[in-house]
Design a protein around this ligand. Structure first.
Ligand code: 5AD
Ligand code: SF4
Length: 427
């Protein structure tokens, strides 16, 4: 979502004549899109901001701005900690970025914009796009779930969904500009439609988008197990453009921890849901997030998480050490798992996932996969890189004119992160 908000902002600024430069030293405006989900993310931003002090001394006319969740959460405090910052702009105000920058430039005054009652309304300018064949599209913002550890509902606000008509118009315009894959974004995307007229659901939105000619793939993130209905799984299984990939964080395998996290489901429910989805959607891959070291997590609780991971065999997992966030319910609990234990558990899950990913990827050897080609491979610019519908990264031979096309590739070698293959055709 930060990437997309940055992309939308760059679009707005480009329309005003701003240009993107490669080096910080050449910039007149430097903007940070920030995350507050863990302390580590915030520390990194403060350290980047600190590093700009000398540049700002040398060139005081440079505008330094902090946007997004950390701006929303810390507000005025950012100016106090980092006096060389000119702009603090929260999660719902960035559509006014051009006028804010103008005000700072013309009046030399700082701007603090963290109004909570605003509704984000940014008309997408197709002038600035990272890729022309692939796009993120926000379909809802905010979250009403209040998982006990999570700052998102406080910084992103209540759930607000865009109408199907609005989303469809945006996707159609992207497709007419060459886009072939969209990833729909929402912090809690399964409750898309809440508050809209006519009881619309994510299934209705996917069904509508599935009709768009020229669009090949639809993805959506992030799914919450408690809000993921079986009806939605059935709908996905019927829609040929919706990819066989679910990012549905389990967070823990322990019922006790899940209860304290206020996730609203026990581990058994999660297992059943995945079994049901796998029955209906052949070749489905599943990714998850896990938090280790949540307050009160015992070794036995942790082993339950290990078991869940072993049983489900995720394609990919993001594993985080618990980080208390002031203002959340969990921050009232004692952060009693020592950092050393958090680190050891984190490492153990990473290693387990690596082993599972390698085993699962090995099963792909000799198979043909369809790849949407994204560009040159980062590790070897002479090769191409892209993704399968199941979100595997594939590196293979081929010329640059395949970028943005669908290619058929046979896999001959794998690591835990990448499939390597040979091109056999494109379409
Ligand atoms: N500490 C650690 N991880 C967190 N996440 C959210 N809040 C916290 C926190 N306080 C993780 C969850 C979520 C992902 C985006 O970040 O796993 O799914
Ligand atoms: Fe945070 Fe996701 Fe829970 Fe919402 S559903 S509170 S964004 S972890």
């Amino acid at each position: 979502m930060n990437k997309l908000d940055a992309e939308l902002s760059l679009g707005l600024l480009q329309e005003e004549g701003y240009k993107i430069v490669d080096k910080v030293d050449e910039a007149d405006v430097i903007l940070f899109y920030t995350c507050s989900v863990r302390q580590h993310a915030e520390d990194k931003v403060y350290s980047h901001l600190g590093a700009l002090k000398t540049l700002k001394k040398r060139r005081p006319e440079v505008i330094v701005g902090v946007l997004g969740c950390m701006a929303q959460k810390d507000g005025e405090t950012i100016f106090k900690r980092m006096p060389h910052v000119d702009l603090v702009c929260g999660t719902r105000m960035f559509s006014r970025l051009p006028e804010m920058l103008l005000k700072i430039r013309n009046h030399g005054s700082r701007v603090l914009a963290i109004d909570e009652d605003q509704i984000v309304n940014v008309k997408r300018a197709v002038t600035y796009r990272l890729n022309f064949y692939q796009a993120f599209v926000t379909v809802m913002r905010g979250c009403d779930n209040y998982c006990s550890y999570c700052i998102v509902p406080y910084v992103r606000g209540r759930e607000i969904s865009r109408t199907i008509a609005d989303v469809k118009e945006e996707v159609q315009s992207l497709v007419s500009n060459g886009c072939r894959e969209v990833t729909l974004l929402g912090q809690n995307i399964n409750s898309y439609g809440k508050g809209l007229r006519g009881n619309v659901t994510l299934g209705d939105l996917l069904t509508e988008l599935n009709e768009i000619d020229g669009l090949d793939r639809i993805r959506f993130v992030t799914s919450h197990p408690a809000d993921m209905s079986r009806g939605l799984i059935r709908t996905i299984s019927r829609l040929e453009k919706v990819c066989e990939y679910l990012h549905m964080p389990a967070q823990s395998g322990s019922d006790e921890v899940l209860k304290r996290m206020r996730r609203g489901y026990p581990a058994g429910y999660y297992r059943d849901l995945i079994s049901y989805a796998r029955e209906l959607i052949p070749h489905l891959t599943v990714a998850s997030d896990f938090i280790v070291g949540f307050p009160g997590e015992t070794e036995e609780d942790f082993q339950e998480t290990v078991r869940l991971m072993e049983d489900i065999r995720f394609q990919n997992c993001f594993i985080f050490k618990y980080s208390p966030r002031t203002g959340t319910k969990a921050a009232e609990l004692k952060d009693d798992v020592p950092d050393e234990t958090k680190r050891a558990r984190n490492l153990k899950l990473l290693e387990l996932q690596k082993k599972i990913s390698l085993e699962e990827n090995t099963k792909m050897i000799g198979k043909k996969v369809d790849v949407l080609v994204e560009g040159a491979s980062k590790s070897n610019p002479n090769r191409l890189s892209g993704r399968t519908r199941q979100n595997h990264i594939v590196v293979f031979n081929g010329s640059q004119d395949l970028v943005g096309k669908l290619a058929g590739v046979v896999i001959h070698e794998v690591t835990d992160l990448t499939l390597f293959g040979l091109l056999i055709g494109c379409g």
